[in-house]
Design a protein around this ligand. Structure first.
Ligand code: B12
Length: 352
């Protein structure tokens, strides 16, 4: 969380993003990297390297190495899953670096960043947002049923946990989110297919819809949050969880989804008298769009009153990035987002 009213802080040194430079890093450049490495430019490898170019660009211009470090973990696992064994992940990282430098970035700064990230990444596991919880056995059983293509049993497991009194926030974060992350890990390692990942996500969304009767608690809904994705963000489950849990906690919410224009966002914030706007991003390349959305929200008299929170993978791996893009706070999951929102409106009430 960030200091919005001076009372709390989790940020190290706040760093300003000096306008994220658009170096035009696209599939064409990704193919050039692959060619230089002597690799066949398959769709999967091209996507992978394009993601790396984008992650490195944003890490470089924002000063947040974590974004490229996170990408490197993903790259290493994917290269192995795609059976690209004759080229080392370090060589790919350096080739990505050379392409970014060729687009106008300082070669020395790029090389230093790549070296720092490679050194830190060695032997490091992706532990962002995960950890053992008392609901691990349920999460494991749930995912087991989903991977066995037994969605009815998977739904039943969650339904009976709820009727036994398990907290809804715990179900969302410790069961469904944990299962989604594990699905990601298995896909990353090549142990399940994209089709299996799609199926698991669809079942998780179905289970979230099953939770609807438990969401609307009939509290007064004095507070309102408008939620939106950064353009291009296709990871919708996380923000939906945030919105659903806030509804459960008595907030009014409007979920605008992934393709809303800035004008629609501003109009909605005004119409709903929203206290808070939540913006979710899933890839480093979406961070500059988040910053631009925040600029519009702050500058427009219809929305200038609202507090703004950001979240999703880039902010999970680099929490201080939220402050750098101009947000009032970030949180790592749906449960902590409820606490963050309560805190932000509480601080606002105290000041007026
Ligand atoms: C399902 C999935 C997809 C689905 C999404 C379907 C859908 N309808 O949502 C699809 C197939 C579309 C997809 C696409 C891609 N994906 Co994907 N995906 C996943 C996966 C497996 C699960 C996502 C999920 O549901 N997570 C569970 C939710 C609950 O977690 P969450 O999103 O982090 O949200 C929580 C917090 O972040 C926070 N939060 C989220 N938003 C907000 C907002 C605010 C304001 C706040 C305060 C908090 C907050 O609270 C949430 C709830 O607790 C993840 C694995 C993972 N570790 O998440 C990969 C993952 C995120 N994907 C990844 C990648 C690379 C991609 C693609 C680039 C793949 C490709 N080559 O096409 C594309 C990019 C799409 C895009 N432009 O956004 C990578 C990122 C790797 C990296 N280190 O950069 C991951 C980690 C790969 C992996 N290991 O599985 N993906």
């Amino acid at each position: 969380m960030f200091p919005s009213s001076g009372d709390y802080c989790q940020v190290m040194t706040p760093r300003h993003i000096p306008g994220l430079v658009d170096l035009g890093l696209d599939a064409r450049l990704a193919r050039m990297v692959l060619e230089a490495l002597g690799l066949e430019p398959s769709a999967e490898l091209t996507d992978l390297v394009a993601g790396g170019l984008s992650a490195l660009e944003v890490a470089l211009t924002s000063g947040h190495d974590e974004l490229f470090e996170d990408f490197l973990g993903f790259q290493t696992a994917r290269l192995s899953a795609l059976k690209v064994s004759h080229v080392d992940t370090r060589d790919v990282a350096h080739a990505i670096g050379r392409q970014v430098a060729a687009q106008g970035a300082s070669p020395g700064a790029v090389e230093d960043l790549v070296d720092r990230c490679l050194a830190r990444r060695a032997g490091d596991e992706d532990t962002h947002g995960v950890g053992p919880t008392p609901l691990c056995p349920l999460a494991r059983a749930y995912l087991g049923r989903v991977l066995a293509v037994d969605r009815e049993q998977a739904r039943e497991l969650v339904a009976s946990a709820l009727s036994d009194g398990t907290d809804l926030g715990d179900i969302l974060v410790d069961v469904l989110e944990a299962a989604q992350r594990e699905v990601g890990r298995l896909w990353e390692l090549g142990e399940i297919s994209v089709a299996q990942e799609h199926y698991c996500t669809a079942v998780t969304q179905m289970v979230m819809a099953d939770l609807y009767p438990y969401l609307f608690t009939g509290r007064d809904r004095r507070r309102h949050l408008v939620a939106v994705h950064a353009p291009g963000s296709l990871h919708e489950v996380g923000l939906r969880m945030v919105v659903d849990l806030l509804e459960h906690e008595g907030w009014g919410t409007t979920y605008l989804g992934a393709a809303s224009s800035v004008e629609d966002l501003l109009a909605n914030v005004a119409e709903q008298h929203a206290d808070i706007v939540a913006i979710s991003a899933s890839m480093p390349g979406q961070v500059s769009a988040v910053r631009s959305m925040i600029g519009h929200l702050r500058a427009d008299p219809r929305s200038a009153h609202a507090r703004i929170i950001v979240g999703g993978r880039p902010f999970l791996v680099a929490p201080a990035l939220g402050k750098a893009v101009g947000a009032d706070g970030t949180a790592s999951d749906a449960r902590s987002t409820v606490a963050l929102c309560e805190r932000l409106v509480g601080a606002h009430d105290a000041a007026h």
